[in-house]
Design a protein around this ligand. Structure first.
Ligand SMILES: Cc1cc2nc3c(=O)[nH]c(=O)nc-3n(C[C@H](O)[C@H](O)[C@H](O)COP(=O)(O)OP(=O)(O)OC[C@H]3O[C@@H](n4cnc5c(N)ncnc54)[C@H](O)[C@@H]3O)c2cc1C
Length: 264
C-alpha cells in the first residue's frame, strides 16, 4: 500500500470540500482497501465517510424506500421495514458476500464501485431507482456506464438511493462459489411502468434484458422467461463460465426470479 493522507469529516459538505486532487471517498473499504493493498489503486488522500451521520439510515414512505449511502448491507437485510415494503431488496442484501462484508460494505460504495458482478446494481436498474448525490439526481438507467464506470463526476458524492416499490420483484443469483459474487444474477420486477429485468455478472456492466422483459410483459410466468434464448454476444467468458453458459443461465435465473416474485 502506498502512503496517503486520511481525513474523517463530520458532514457531507465537509467531505466534498476535502476532495482535492487525487482523492477517493472511503466507505466500507471492502473493495477500495483491497485494491490499495494490492497497489491496484493509489490515492493521495482518503476521505472517510464513516463519521457522517446524515449519510446513514433507511426511510420508508408510501411507494418509496430511500437508503442513505453509508447504510450497510446488513442494516438493509435486517430492516423490518425494508423486508415488508421491498422484500426483494432485503433478500438481495442478505446474500451479498459474507457477514463481515455485509457489516462493513455500503450501498453507496457498492454502486459507486460498479463491479460488473455486484448485486446492488441489478436492483438499481431492475427497479428504476434514482441515485441521489450532493449535486443532482441520476436516473438508475443512466448511472452505470461501463466496467467499473458510472455517471459520477470527480468528487461527486452519493448521498442516498431511492427505490420505487414495485408490484412484485425478486432477485436470484447463481453464485461464483469462492467470492459469492454473481456469476449471473437477475433482478425481475413488475412495476407501474412495466416489467424490468436487470442482469449482473454476465457482461462488463449490469444491463437490462429486453427479450425477457418483452416475454414477461406478455406472460409473467417462469415458462415465458425460460423460453427466451438470450444471445451470448458480448457476454463474459472466463475460467468460471463460457459466454454461452452465462446466456443460458440468464433465462434460468430469470425464471426462478419470477417464481420467487409470484410467491410474495
Ligand atoms: C469477499 C467479498 C465478497 C463480496 N461479495 C459480494 C457479493 O456477493 N455481491 C456484491 O454486490 N458485492 C460483494 N462484495 C463487495 C461489497 O458489497 C462491497 O460493499 C462493495 O464492493 C463496496 O462497498 P464499500 O462500502 O466497501 O465501498 P469502498 O470499498 O469503501 O469504496 C468503493 C468505491 O466507491 C467509492 N465510494 C464509496 N462511497 C461513495 C459515495 N458515497 N459516493 C461516491 N463514491 C463512493 C470509493 O471511493 C471507492 O472508489 C464482496 C466483497 C468482498 C470483499
Amino acid at each position: 500500500m502506498y502512503t496517503f493522507d486520511y481525513q474523517r469529516p463530520a458532514s457531507t459538505a465537509a467531505a466534498a470540500a476535502a476532495f482535492q486532487g487525487e482523492t477517493r471517498y472511503l466507505a466500507g473499504g471492502q473493495s477500495l482497501v483491497q485494491a490499495m493493498k494490492l497497489r491496484l489503486s493509489s490515492s493521495e488522500r482518503l476521505v472517510d465517510l464513516g463519521g457522517i451521520a446524515e449519510l446513514k439510515g433507511i426511510t420508508v414512505e408510501p411507494g418509496k424506500v430511500t437508503i442513505g449511502a453509508m447504510t450497510t448491507h446488513a442494516a438493509v437485510a435486517n430492516s423490518a421495514e425494508v423486508r415488508k415494503a421491498l422484500p426483494a431488496l432485503a433478500e438481495l442484501t442478505g446474500g451479498i458476500g459474507d457477514p463481515a462484508v455485509r457489516n462493513m460494505g455500503t450501498i453507496g460504495g457498492s454502486i459507486a464501485n460498479a463491479d460488473p458482478a455486484a448485486c446492488y446494481p441489478a436492483a438499481v436498474l431492475g427497479l428504476g431507482a434514482t441515485v441521489i448525490t450532493n449535486q443532482r439526481q441520476i436516473p438508475g438507467d443512466g448511472f452505470f456506464t461501463g466496467l467499473y464506470e458510472t455517471a459520477l463526476k470527480p468528487g461527486e458524492l452519493i448521498t442516498a438511493v431511492s427505490f420505487p416499490v414495485p408490484q412484485r420483484a425478486a432477485y436470484i443469483k447463481y453464485k461464483q462459489p469462492a467470492s459469492r459474487f454473481a456469476l449471473v444474477g437477475v433482478f425481475v420486477a413488475q412495476t407501474a411502468g412495466g416489467v424490468r429485468v436487470a442482469v449482473t455478472g454476465a457482461a462488463g456492466s449490469v444491463f437490462r434484458c429486453q427479450p425477457i422483459e418483452a416475454a414477461l410483459a406478455k406472460s409473467f410466468t417462469p415458462e415465458a422467461a425460460k423460453a427466451v434464448k438470450v444471445s451470448a454476444d458480448g457476454l463474459n467468458a472466463d475460467l468460471h463460465a463460457s459466454a454461452a453458459y452465462r446466456a443460458a443461465m440468464i433465462s434460468v435465473m430469470a425464471s426462478r426470479a419470477v417464481v420467487a416474485a409470484l410467491a410474495r
